[in-house]
Design a binder for this molecule. Structure first.
Ligand code: CA
Ligand code: ZN
Length: 294
C-alpha cells in the first residue's frame, strides 16, 4: 500500500504534496501523536522542560489527489485506524483546557493502552475508540495552522471521525492536499481538559473526488447519521452555523422541502453536539439520522 509520513504544521496551498494518487486510491498515513512523540513514559516528568512547542500538532501529508479541482468535494473514507505502541499521553494544567485556572503548571501523564483499553488508573479502564483529531485540506487563501479547525477541516477534534466513518471536505486548491494527524485512543465530546489520549497511529483511508457535491462541508457520515460540522469563535456562532448547515442538508436530500419543514425537522430529529471547546475556534456538529432520507 502507498504510504505517506512527512509532517506539515499548517494546511497550506504551498505545501508540496508528498504523494499524488488517482481518485479511488487507498493510502496509509503514518502519524505522530500531537506532541510529535516527544513525551514517553521514561521522560514524562521532565519532558516539558525541554519540550519543542514548534513541532506540536504535526499532520502527515499532504496527499494530492489527481483531478481534484476547486469546487469539488473530497470523500475520505476512514478504513482503519491502527494505534501504534502501548501508551498514550494526557495533558492539562496552566494555559490548557477549561479548568486551566485550577493549576499552576502544565503536566503531562503517560497511561498504558493495552488489549483494547486505556488504563487510566488501576480501577478505571476506558475502552479504546480511536478517532482522528486533525484532518483537512488546504484552504484557498492563507495557510491555517494545524491547531485551528475551520471550513477546510483541520483540528475539528470530533470523536465521530472513527474507523468506518467518511469525512467530506471542500476542495479549495488543485489536488486538494489532504493531511491528517492527532489521533486519540479515546476522547469525550468537548475535549474539555485540552487533550484526548494522544497516540501515534497508522490510518488507512480511501480518497474519492466528488464532482458537483451539493451538501455543506465539513460533513461526517457513518452508518446512522450525517453530521454537519461548523467551527467558530464562539459556541453560539458554531451552534447557529451547524444548524444552518443541517437545514441546507435536509433541503438538498429531500428536494421540495420548504425552509419551515427543514427547520422543524432539524428541531425534532437532529441532535446538536459539541465536538471540542479548547481549540482556537469551537467546533459543533448537528447529527441528522439517515433514516429521515430513506
Ligand atoms: Ca486536537
Ligand atoms: Zn490531540
Amino acid at each position: 500500500m502507498k504510504t505517506v509520513s512527512n509532517n506539515v504544521y499548517a494546511f497550506s496551498k504551498d505545501n508540496p504534496p508528498e504523494l499524488t494518487v488517482p481518485s479511488g486510491s487507498v493510502v496509509k498515513f503514518v502519524t505522530k501523536d500531537c506532541f510529535a512523540n516527544q513525551i514517553t513514559s521514561e521522560n514524562c516528568k521532565n519532558a516539558l522542560a525541554s519540550f519543542n512547542w514548534n513541532t506540536v500538532n504535526p499532520a502527515t501529508g499532504p496527499l494530492a489527489i489527481e483531478g481534484a479541482e476547486p469546487g469539488d468535494a473530497l470523500r475520505v473514507e476512514i478504513q482503519k485506524i491502527d494505534l501504534t505502541g502501548e501508551s498514550a499521553v494526557l495533558m492539562t494544567g496552566k494555559g490548557l483546557g477549561i479548568c486551566q485556572k485550577d493549576f499552576e503548571s502544565l503536566e503531562a501523564r503517560v497511561v498504558r493502552v493495552r488489549q483494547g483499553f486505556v488504563e487510566f488508573s488501576d480501577k478505571i479502564k476506558l475502552p479504546v475508540r480511536p478517532m482522528i483529531g486533525v484532518i483537512g485540506v488546504a484552504p484557498a487563501g492563507e495557510a491555517v495552522n494545524n491547531g485551528t479547525p475551520d471550513e477546510h477541516g483541520g483540528n475539528m477534534d470530533c470523536k465521530e471521525i472513527v474507523q468506518g466513518a467518511a469525512v467530506y471536505l471542500p476542495v479549495n486548491v488543485k489536488g486538494a492536499l489532504l493531511a491528517m494527524g492527532d489521533i486519540h485512543a479515546v476522547m469525550a465530546d468537548g475535549e474539555s481538559g485540552g487533550t484526548g489520549a494522544e497516540m501515534p497511529a497508522e490510518v488507512t483511508v480511501k480518497v474519492d473526488v466528488l464532482k458537483n457535491f451539493p451538501l455543506p462541508t465539513p460533513l461526517i457520515e457513518n452508518d446512522n447519521c450525517y453530521m454537519a460540522v461548523h467551527s467558530a469563535k464562539t459556541a453560539d456562532e458554531a451552534i447557529q452555523h451547524a444548524v444552518f448547515k443541517a437545514v441546507r442538508l435536509v433541503m438538498e436530500k429531500i428536494p421540495g422541502t420548504s425552509r419551515y419543514d427543514a427547520v422543524t425537522l432539524v428541531s425534532l430529529a437532529a441532535d446538536l453536539r459539541i465536538c471540542q471547546v479548547v481549540d482556537p475556534l469551537i467546533t459543533v456538529r448537528c447529527e441528522l439520522p439517515k433514516k429521515l432520507f430513506e
